[in-house]
Every structure is written in structure tokens, then in C-alpha cells.
Design a protein. Structure first.
Length: 67
């Protein structure tokens, strides 16, 4: 997981303070990030916006970055 975290540009404290406030580090060096306070609800516009921001910040997730 640490390799995957490095590959997507693992969270940077200065840039990712909002994400890190709801994140925890795994034993293997990866990150688990809770995007919303409540369970993710794709019918909730605020939740969709949080998901969109995460994908914009980490375009490598889901192969959204240029090769």
C-alpha cells in the first residue's frame, strides 16, 4: 500500500489538510481517507462534490491521469 500511496502522490500535509483531518495510516503505509462525515451517499450533492474533489486531487485513482 505504501507503493500505491506514493504512486498517487500520497497526501501532503500542506496541500491535503482537509483530507488528512479524516484520514488514518495503515500498517502497510497506505492511507484510508473518509471523504464525508456520513456514509457516502451518491444522491447527496455535497458527497458527490467531495468525491469529485478527491478524484481531482488524485487523478491516478481510476486511471484518470495522463500516461
Amino acid at each position: 500500500m505504501a507503493t500505491a500511496a506514493r504512486a498517487i502522490g500520497s497526501p501532503a500535509p500542506a496541500r491535503d489538510a482537509e483530507l488528512l483531518s479524516r484520514a488514518r495510516r495503515t500498517e502497510s503505509g497506505g492511507w484510508v481517507v473518509q471523504l464525508t462525515d456520513a456514509p457516502l451517499d451518491l444522491d447527496n450533492p455535497a458527497h458527490l462534490e467531495a468525491l469529485k474533489r478527491a478524484y481531482e486531487r488524485f487523478p491516478e485513482i481510476g486511471r484518470r491521469s495522463a500516461p
